[in-house]
Design a protein around this ligand. Structure first.
Ligand code: AQP
Length: 348
């Protein structure tokens, strides 16, 4: 397999209500990767519109949410001068490559995607074609930059596997042309998911069996990145738990999803692991552990929330970051698309 320059790509949808799961599962990891990799971080607005307008809120809300996710990236510490930050729809290569991938991916592959089944629910016949083809666009997002590493939450694992299958099938289907055009034995890398840490799947505060999610009706189920200290404290105080004290070892969290979730959140915020948290808090009742968790959460999210608010007050700056990032992204994507056209035989 050809050697590829390492490049990180990931995205977040501007669908409102950015929450602690998005932060711990994705945005915090984006920040950590900046020192070791070239990174491209994208606000994936074309993904947002795959759902009903009621979910993404219409034109004004979409623009506001796009700026808000960008503000979260910057407030968390992503350096837009060293790395690329932009919104997806600025770079037409994403949609162009997604069409090519519509012709590479197989219907059977998409039929297995659990996220489509969950989001379309019983109303499948009425779901948008975009929602169904979402994983092909996600593969294009990554591969139009020939991204090699993708930090995501655990819920995106299946889509990443599909992106790898698409890259591999393209490489095999066009192997002769890829070699003839001087690209060696593979044009696309097989992107690797980076799913690690203590909070790869943050669960709802109301139900340990459900993922913390932007679209969950109950606001008490999630900690929003826009919540103030009082709201965070109240949500953690009211988080569902069981009556037992915390165990001293990880095995003791088995069959206790709500307890495991709170301990995982604590570990991720404290940048330690679950074993360490249980060494410190094993034997504690939730009446003691919850205030400690709330305090930690407020300490870690407070500065982020304040900086997001400040940035949201300066939309001109955010727009300039997205414009400049879009230009840099477009240059890389255009190079990939020229090569893809040559490989397939599309005249340009
Ligand atoms: N609960 C979570 N725990 C850990 N990581 C999570 N992510 C999302 N929820 C959790 C990760 O956040 C990144 C951006 O997600 P997204 O906005 O692109 O889409 P999503 O996964 O659809 O987010 P939501 O909040 O769950 O939205 P809805 O309610 O629309 O389904 C991704 O890396 C994701 O893994």
């Amino acid at each position: 397999m050809s050697a590829f320059q390492q490049r990180v790509f990931s995205g977040v949808q501007p669908t409102g209500n950015l929450h602690l799961g998005n932060y711990l599962g994705a945005i915090k990891r984006f920040v950590e990767l900046q020192d070791s990799h070239d990174c491209i971080y994208c606000v994936v607005d074309l993904h947002a519109i795959t759902q009903d307008r009621a979910v993404w809120g219409g034109p004004e809300q979409l623009a506001a949410s796009t700026r808000e996710v960008t503000a979260a990236f910057l407030a968390a510490g992503i350096d837009h001068t060293r790395h690329i930050v932009f919104n997806q729809s600025r770079v037409s290569g994403h949609a162009e490559l997604a069409w090519i991938f519509n012709c590479v991916a197989r219907i059977g592959w998409l039929n297995r995607m659990t996220q489509f089944k969950e989001k379309a629910g019983k109303n499948r016949e009425n779901a948008s074609v975009g929602l169904y083809a979402y994983p092909n666009l996600m593969a294009a997002d990554i591969l139009v930059y020939r991204g090699t590493h993708v930090p995501v939450g655990d819920d995106q694992k299946q889509h990443l596997e599909l992106a790898r299958d698409i890259a591999q099938k393209f490489n095999i289907d066009f192997a002769d042309s890829i070699a003839a055009k001087g690209h060696g034995d593979a044009f696309f890398p097989l992107p690797e998911p980076l799913i690690a840490g203590a909070a790869t799947r943050v669960m709802s505060l109301r139900d340990g069996a459900r993922k913390m999610s932007k679209s969950e009706a109950s606001d008490m189920s999630r900690i929003n990145l826009s919540d103030d200290a009082d709201q965070i404290a109240a949500k953690i105080r009211k988080a569902r738990t069981d009556p037992e004290a915390l165990p001293s070892e990880v095995d003791g969290l088995e069959d206790r999803p709500e307890a495991a979730n709170l301990v995982g959140i604590y570990a991720a915020l404290a940048e330690t692991d679950v074993d360490q948290v249980l060494r410190e808090h094993g034997g504690a009742q939730f009446s003691t552990f919850k205030p400690a968790l709330a305090e930690l959460c407020i300490e870690k999210l407070g500065p982020l929330t304040a900086e997001m608010r400040r940035l949201n007050g300066d939309p001109g700056h955010i727009d300039e970051v997205l414009r400049a990032g879009g230009e840099r992204a477009r240059t890389i994507a255009a190079e990939t698309m020229d090569a893809v056209r040559d490989i397939i035989g599309l005249l340009r």
